[in-house]
Design a binder for this molecule. Structure first.
Ligand code: PMT
Length: 398
C-alpha cells in the first residue's frame, strides 16, 4: 500500500467540511501513514485542535510562533512531508497558495516544501465558479498541485450544487496514487538547453535551444514520482522538486552527468559538437582582424551514458532539418532505447517555441509520428511511453 510508512501533512482550512478531516486523518493512519496536522485559524471554528491532536498523537501546528516542539515548525514539517493534503481547501486558502502567500502556518508550510500537494476544494458553487477561483486553480495546476474534486451535492446552509468536498475515501485514493507514481524510486536524468562554447570571455559558439523541451520532461518525470536531476544551461523555471545542475559548456555537462547514477536518461540538450580548441583569455579586438578559430570535438555525452556498464534506459533526441533520415541512422547506431526526432526547421517545432512535432524512432528503424502538441504534452506522452517501455525491459530481463 503506497501510504504505509509515508509522512503526510494534513492541512485543514475553514469550511464546514473540516469535520471530515478528523475521519480522513484516522483513515490515513489506518493505511499506515504518519500524519501531522496544520490548521488555519478559521478551521478551528469548525473543528477542535484537540480532536486532531488526539487522533494523530501530535500537537497541531496553527501558530508559527508558539509551537511547543520547534522554533521553525513550518520548515520542519515541510521537509518531513512526503505529501501535503489540504482538506478542505477553501477558496481563500487556494487563492493564497496560488500566490505563494505564507502569512499563516499552512501557507508557510506549503511554500517551504518540495513535497507534492493534493487539494480537496470545498466551497459554494458561486465561489467555485468565480473567475478568481478558476484562475487560482489554473495557477495551482501549473505549479504541479493536484486537485481531487469538488463534486456536486449538499453544501452548507442547505444549498445544493457543485463545490462539495469529495469523501475522505476519494482523497485517500488520490493520495495513494500520487505517492505511487509510475517512476517512484527511480532516478531520472534529463539534459536540457544549448551548450555555450567560449571563444573569448565575451563570445561563444551556441545554438537556439531554450531548454523548454527538457524542462517540461523533468517536470513530467517528477510528477510521476521520480527523483529527477536536470543538467541544464537554462534558467527557465521547473517544479521545485527537480534538482537542477546548471552548466555552460559540453565539458561541464559531461562532468555533471558522469557524477550521477541513473535509471532513466532523457538527453534533450542541444550539445555543441565542436568547441574552440583555445579560448582567448581576453576579449578579442576588432582591430586585430577576424580571428582564426580552430575547433576541436566535444565529448559525446550520450555515447558516454550508453557505454556505462549499467546502461540506463536511454532516450536521445535528434534535431534535424528537412526529414528524419539521419535520425533513423542515429537511433540504430547510438545505443539508445528510443530516439525523439524533431524537425527544427518546421514552424511550431524545435527550438524556443512552446510546441513541438516529434517522431519517435526505434532502433529497428520503425517510426511513430506524433501530431504537433505543446512541449508539456509531448513530455507527458513521452514519459508515459518510457514508463511502458521501461516496464517491458525490466520484465524481459527477469
Ligand atoms: O530547448 P528547446 O528550445 O525547447 O528546443 C528543444 C530541442 C530542439 C533542443 C530538442 O527537442 C532537441 O532536439 N534536442 C536535441 C538537439 C541535438 O543536439 O540533437 P543532435 O542530433 O545534435 O544530438 C543527438 C543526441 O545526442 C541528443 O540527445 C544530444 O543531447 C546528444 N548529444 C549530442 C552531441 C554531443 N556532443 N553529446 C550529446 O550527448
Amino acid at each position: 500500500m503506497p501510504l504505509a510508512g509515508r509522512r503526510i501533512v494534513l492541512g485543514v482550512s475553514g469550511g464546514i467540511a473540516a469535520y471530515k478531516a478528523a475521519y480522513l486523518a484516522r483513515r490515513l493512519q489506518d493505511a499506515g501513514a504518519d500524519v501531522r496536522v496544520v490548521m488555519t485559524d478559521a478551521s478551528t471554528e469548525f473543528l477542535g485542535e484537540a480532536t486532531m491532536a488526539a487522533i494523530t498523537g501530535h500537537p497541531v501546528l496553527r501558530d508559527l510562533h508558539s509551537h511547543p516542539e520547534s522554533v521553525s515548525p513550518h520548515t520542519d514539517l515541510a521537509r518531513w512531508a512526503d505529501l501535503i493534503i489540504i482538506a478542505p481547501a477553501t477558496a481563500a486558502t487556494m487563492a493564497r497558495l496560488a500566490h505563494g502567500i505564507s502569512s499563516d502556518a499552512l501557507g508557510a508550510t506549503v511554500l517551504a516544501s518540495h513535497a507534492p500537494v493534493l487539494l480537496a476544494p470545498a466551497m459554494h458553487t458561486e465561489m467555485w465558479e468565480q473567475p478568481a477561483t478558476l484562475r487560482a486553480v489554473e495557477l495551482l495546476k501549473a505549479d504541479g498541485v493536484t486537485l481531487v474534486g469538488p463534486v456536486e451535492g449538499h453544501l452548507a446552509g442547505g444549498d445544493e450544487g457543485m463545490g462539495r468536498m469529495v469523501e475522505p475515501e476519494a482523497i485517500l485514493e488520490a493520495a495513494a496514487s500520487l505517492l505511487a507514481g509510475a517512476l517512484s524510486g527511480l532516478r531520472v536524468l534529463v539534459t536540457a538547453g544549448g551548450t555555450r562554447e567560449p571563444i573569448d570571455p565575451v563570445r561563444y559558439i551556441g545554438n537556439r535551444s531554450s531548454g523548454k523541451m527538457g524542462h517540461a520532461i523533468a517536470d513530467s518525470a517528477l510528477r510521476l514520482g521520480a527523483s529527477v536531476t536536470l543538467v541544464t544551461t537554462s534558467e527557465i523555471p521547473t517544479l521545485p522538486g527537480v534538482e537542477r545542475v546548471v552548466v555552460e559548456t559540453a565539458a561541464e555537462m559531461e562532468k555533471a552527468v558522469s557524477e550521477i547514477e541513473i535509471d532513466v536518461a532523457v538527453m534533450a540538450a542541444a550539445v555543441a559538437d565542436f568547441r574552440p580548441a583555445q579560448a582567448a583569455g581576453t576579449k578579442l579586438a576588432r582591430t586585430d582582424g577576424p580571428p582564426e578559430v580552430v575547433l576541436e570535438a566535444n565529448p559525446d555525452i550520450l555515447a558516454g551514458v550508453a557505454g556505462r556498464p549499467q546502461r540506463p534506459f536511454l532516450v536521445g533526441f535528434a534535431a534535424e532539418t528537412g526529414g528524419i533520415e539521419r535520425a533513423v541512422e542515429k537511433a540504430r547506431t547510438k545505443g539508445v532505447d528510443l530516439l525523439v526526432a524533431n524537425d527544427v526547421s518546421e514552424q511550431g517545432s524545435g527550438f524556443s517555441v512552446d510546441t513541438n512535432r516529434v517522431t519517435i524512432v526505434w532502433p529497428d528503424g520503425s517510426v511513430d509520428p506524433w501530431p504537433q502538441m505543446t512541449k508539456q504534452e509531448v513530455a507527458d506522452r513521452l514519459m508515459e511511453l518510457i514508463v511502458a517501455e521501461f516496464g517491458r525491459r525490466g520484465a524481459s530481463s527477469d
